[in-house]
Design a protein around this ligand. Structure first.
Ligand code: ATP
Ligand code: MG
Length: 424
């Protein structure tokens, strides 16, 4: 026997029995985004490899070991996108989208990283993200965070903790960088391999290391907060004040650094207490230097991305997953002559009742077998159209979920009867 083909390791189907949970999640979040004035942007799944190397940074886990990179038939180096910010920035510059007016964007779709698959970590995963361009004050940082708090409220997700930190201005970061280099150089023998590479290139990222061997060294490292300049502190205080005003609680986590190289000032994460090791459901931060780095004019930027797999799991644990919609009506068509009329009747009902979920029996078969399928479909009502009914210009109507005899309803009264019976 030939071997069955399986999906790629770490890449999963979202099956029809759970896709409604995803739809609920996506529509709830997209609805909030649009109420805050955010507009959707759709960028390609594949970009030039260089885009990610230059924006995310060569020393990050993503670029150094997780990207799906290949050479296409024309010899170009391409990569399946591992995240959404780089493409937004590319698109902004390419199309001159920023014209001195703030731009609020969101995206939704699959991302690809070749990580070790485990609970809450897959190789194809999905994100909804938002990016704002052209605003540099802490007010927009606060708006993004407060909007996240609304996502969780409207989804019915309690228990998400907000952690914030500041990475400071480029100047403050440069100063802190030197202090970190001194500190970690003094402990160079205790560093793991990754951290040793990062020591000269990007010592801040050592703080992001998940390596167990590194944890005590990291927690004893000089804190960022003690080496901030006035501008950084003012921005961070502004953010905290606005969060207080909005009654969104947070804790300041001085070890919070984001994976990408171009983050500065505000960074934040939303962390769940229910997901085990992979607990961050949403992460974001400010990246004011990125557009310039790509050869565009300087435009401040800030954004976040949330992992939909982890949110779907949280929703399911809360019993908020939503239910699969059952059909209201199953139309049984008994006998060849009824087929044409039944087909038309189904379309007429769909015209008259836009919210009606009607399943028309296809594929023929005996009345008895069709009736069984009607029952199994979960429909409330079976409509029966056979030769008798055809002659009398009516259908038989039978409630499937409660005791009641079958009644005859004329075609011209059928839509009205269903509207009342189903509360449509
Ligand atoms: P982590 O620390 O979990 O690896 P990250 O810092 O690499 O996260 P980001 O690049 O900030 O993640 O992506 C934002 C969010 O996307 C994460 O908080 C998480 O919810 C989700 N995410 C990231 N990588 C994966 C993955 N491999 N599988 C599922 N979700 C993911
Ligand atoms: Mg990661």
């Amino acid at each position: 026997m030939t071997e069955k083909i399986q999906s790629v390791k770490g890449m999963h189907d979202i099956l029809n029995d759970t896709s409604t949970n995803w739809q609920t999640l996506e529509t709830t979040i997209q609805n909030v985004l649009s109420r805050y004035g955010y507009e959707e942007i759709r960028t390609p799944l594949v970009e030039k490899t260089e885009l990610f190397e230059r924006s995310i940074g060569e020393t990050t886990d993503i670029v150094s070991k997780e990207m799906y990179t290949f050479t296409d038939r024309g010899g170009e180096r391409l990569t399946l996108r591992p995240e959404g910010t780089a493409a937004c920035v590319r698109s902004l510059i390419q199309h001159g989208l920023y014209q001195n007016n703030a731009l609020r964007l969101w995206y939704c779709g699959p991302m690809f990283r070749r990580e070790r698959p485990q609970k809450g970590r897959t190789r194809q995963f999905h994100q909804i993200g938002a990016e704002v361009f052209g605003l540099q004050g802490p007010d927009i940082d606060a708006e993004l965070i407060v909007m996240c708090a609304r996502f969780w409220r409207e989804l019915g997700l309690p228990g998400l903790e907000l952690q914030i930190n500041t990475l400071g201005t480029a100047k403050a970061r440069e100063h802190y960088r030197q202090i970190l280099i001194e500190y970690f150089s003094d402990h160079e023998t205790e560093l793991d391999d990754d951290s040793r590479v990062r020591l000269r290139k990007n010592p801040l990222r050592i703080l992001d290391s998940k390596h167990p061997q590194m944890q005590s060294l990291i927690s004893n490292a000089p804190g960022m907060a003690d080496h901030m300049d006035e501008e950084s502190i003012e921005h961070f205080d502004g953010l905290k004040q606005l969060l207080d005003t909005a009654e969104v609680s947070y804790s300041v986590n001085p070890r919070l650094v984001r994976g990408l190289d171009y983050y500065g000032k505000t960074v934040f994460e939303w962390v769940s207490d229910q997901l085990g090791a992979q607990a961050t459901v949403c992460a974001g931060g400010r990246y004011d230097g990125m557009t310039e780095h790509f050869g565009g004019k300087p435009v401040p930027g800030i954004g976040f991305a949330m992992g939909l797999e982890r949110l779907v799991e949280l929703l399911a644990e809360q019993g908020q997953g939503g239910t699969r919609p059952q059909p209201h009506v199953y139309l049984i068509i008994a006998g060849e002559p009824a087929l044409t009329r039944g087909f038309r009747l189904a379309e007429q009902l769909r015209d008259a009742l836009p919210d009606l979920r009607l399943l028309m029996h296809c594929g023929g078969g005996s009345f008895k077998s069709q009736f069984k399928k009607a029952d199994r479909s979960g429909a409330d009502i079976a409509l029966i159209l056979g030769e008798d009914e055809l002659e009398k210009q009516c259908v038989g109507l039978k409630h499937l979920r409660r005791e009641a005899g079958q009644v005859e309803i004329n075609w011209d009264r059928l839509a009205a009867t269903l509207r009342t019976a189903l509360g449509l």
